[in-house]
Ligand binder design. Structure first.
Ligand code: HEM
Length: 152
């Protein structure tokens, strides 16, 4: 039950990035309706990811890295990089959506590609963290968020 949650939430990040890529393709093809629909579904998937992730952190805790000490620090730096990207992507996503709904399309068009690119980077680094933590070096033990991120 506990292990299935990170798999589901990581799937939602990946699906969300695919929706954003399809949404970008549609606006390049000048299909505004399809762009809007795909971007909203992408935002919904990102929100589902976030809800699962936060509930897991509160009720279960985060998973400790199970790999060798020699790469632990590299893993932790990579994890922090991913968390920073995810936070920036979330804030930029809200700004991008707000510009769209208020019909400030010039501003939306300026920030939209950056939001999408940071979103893709978040998804790629997120899937990498998942692969390291659950597939290559399964740790199995959970700990507080601070210990998982900073190592103490
Ligand atoms: C977080 C979600 C969204 C992202 C990441 C996003 C991203 C983008 C991107 C990358 C472009 C193309 C810029 C270019 O290549 O020139 C764009 C344009 C556009 N988007 Fe979005 N978008 C999002 C949500 C929405 C929503 C919900 C709407 C409708 C309410 C919308 C309406 C438009 C329109 C009308 C344009 C064309 C603007 C123009 O050509 O002047 N977008 N968006």
């Amino acid at each position: 039950m506990i292990k299935i949650l990170p798999t589901i939430s990581t799937t939602f990040i990946a699906l969300s990035a695919i929706c954003v890529a399809v949404g970008w393709y549609y606006i390049r093809a000048r299909n505004q309706e399809a762009h809007k629909k795909w971007m909203l579904v992408g935002s919904l998937f990102a929100t589902i990811f976030f809800i699962i992730y936060v509930s897991r952190t509160i009720f279960v805790g985060n998973t400790l890295f199970g790999g060798p000490d020699s790469i632990k620090v590299i893993y932790q730096i990579f994890l922090i990089f991913h968390i920073v990207l995810a936070t920036v992507a979330a804030v930029m996503g809200i700004v991008t959506l707000t510009h769209a709904f208020k019909k400030r399309f010039a501003k939306h068009k300026k920030i939209g590609p950056w939001t999408a690119i940071i979103w893709f980077a978040t998804a790629i680094t997120g899937v990498t963290v998942y692969t390291l933590l659950y597939l290559i070096y399964p740790g199995n033990t959970t700990a507080s968020m601070i210990k998982v991120i900073l190592g103490f």
